[in-house]
Design a protein around this ligand. Structure first.
Ligand code: AOF
Ligand code: ZN
Length: 335
């Protein structure tokens, strides 16, 4: 399984929408007769790659796979059937597939008389595909909320100006994080006030070829001249103010697994109140305003003991001197 996990993590596999999967085929004496990994959506699955290598040696073999073999015909055919046809005797998987469209492979295999097992190094397998795993288990995408703030917790000055709270180095760092997500999300107010591009840009400030989906949520009509409607990436206007409804739709109708949320204080408060912020990334700038807009709006918390508590998972200084920002990564405290 360790070998299968290593194969799954092979470099060069595009991030999403498909999970990273590795497969090793073992002869009854334990020698490896085939191995393979999934090279990304549209390509054969890991099991098919390994079966190709093994040929006739797959008969009677044990397949060790990081994810439960799929049971559906999507971009490719069902791996459960391919393993049965190849005469594989036993299938051991780390993680069961929570994707409702693909799951059920182990049941199909067992019904065909193949010996099956699951759970071996399951945590490691889940960690390979955290957003895929989270999204299918919660029927909504994983949400990373990012904001920049001054040392006194403000994201804009009294006159509304907010360019720039975070330093150039922090803004470049943000593009690296955006690139790890499949969706960018803000509210209509941010589009009206800040007119962001919501693209992933390289060091030369040009948009990269592959862009996350841009999503604007809110009922308000938007000016089509806003930069979010340029041709650099696809954009979706979700006419709802309900965070969970928006996220459910992004999962169900648009197959999204990881939302990078850069909403303003009102929408941020709505997401936090709805309990749908899974990770917080904040850049704290060494700057004081003393007045202005707080990074997050009213959460309806009257007293300190009711504070929404987070746990710090990472602290990194980005940039140098007066340009240095502290990047904090946090997650909601458990319990
Ligand atoms: C496997 N082996 O290597 C992978 C699996 O559109 P498709 O046909 O590529 O199917 C994608 C779904 O199949 C994906 O969402 C996940 O549930 C499963 N991925 N399954 O047996 C693999 N990559
Ligand atoms: Zn498959």
């Amino acid at each position: 399984m360790l070998r299968a996990l290593q194969l799954a993590a092979s470099p060069g596999v595009p991030l999403g929408p498909n999970p990273r999967v590795g497969c090793v085929l073992l002869a009854p004496d334990g020698t490896i007769v085939g191995e393979g990994y999934h090279h990304g959506a549209g390509n054969p699955h890991a099991e098919i790659e390994a079966l190709k290598v093994a040929g006739d040696l797959a008969r009677g073999a044990t397949a060790v796979v990081t994810l439960e073999p799929c049971n559906h015909t999507g971009r490719t055919g069902p791996c459960s059937e391919a393993l049965i046809e190849a005469g594989v005797a036993k299938v051991v998987v780390a993680q069961r597939d929570a994707n409702p469209i693909a799951e059920g492979g182990l049941d199909t295999l067992a019904a065909a008389g193949v010996e099956v097992g699951h759970g071996l190094m399951a945590d490691e397998a889940r960690a390979l595909n955290p957003a895929f795993t989270f999204a299918h288990e919660h029927a909504r995408p994983y949400v990373t909320w990012k904001f920049a703030t001054t040392l006194d917790g403000r994201s804009a000055a009294a006159d509304g100006t907010s360019r720039w709270v975070s330093s150039p180095a922090a803004r470049r760092d943000t593009h690296l994080l955006r690139a790890l997500c499949d969706t960018m999300l803000v509210g209509t107010n941010t589009v009206e006030v800040d007119d962001p591009q919501l693209t992933v840009r390289g060091p030369d400030d040009r948009p990269l070829a592959h862009q996350p989906l841009r999503v604007v949520m809110g009922e308000r009509d938007l000016d089509p001249d806003r930069r979010v409607f340029d041709t650099a990436a696809e954009t979706l206007h979700l006419r709802t103010r309900d965070p969970l409804e928006a996220l459910t739709s992004l999962y169900r109708e648009h197959g999204r697994h990881h939302v990078f949320f850069e909403g303003g204080p009102t929408l941020a408060a709505a997401f936090l109140s709805a309990g749908v912020v899974d990770e917080v990334v904040t850049y704290v700038a060494p700057m004081l305003l003393g007045s202005g807009t707080a990074a997050v709006g009213d959460l309806g918390i009257p007293t300190i003991s009711d504070a929404l508590r987070l746990e710090i998972t990472d602290v990194t200084v980005v940039g140098e001197g007066t340009e240095a920002n502290v990047r904090l990564k946090l997650q909601p405290a458990k319990g």
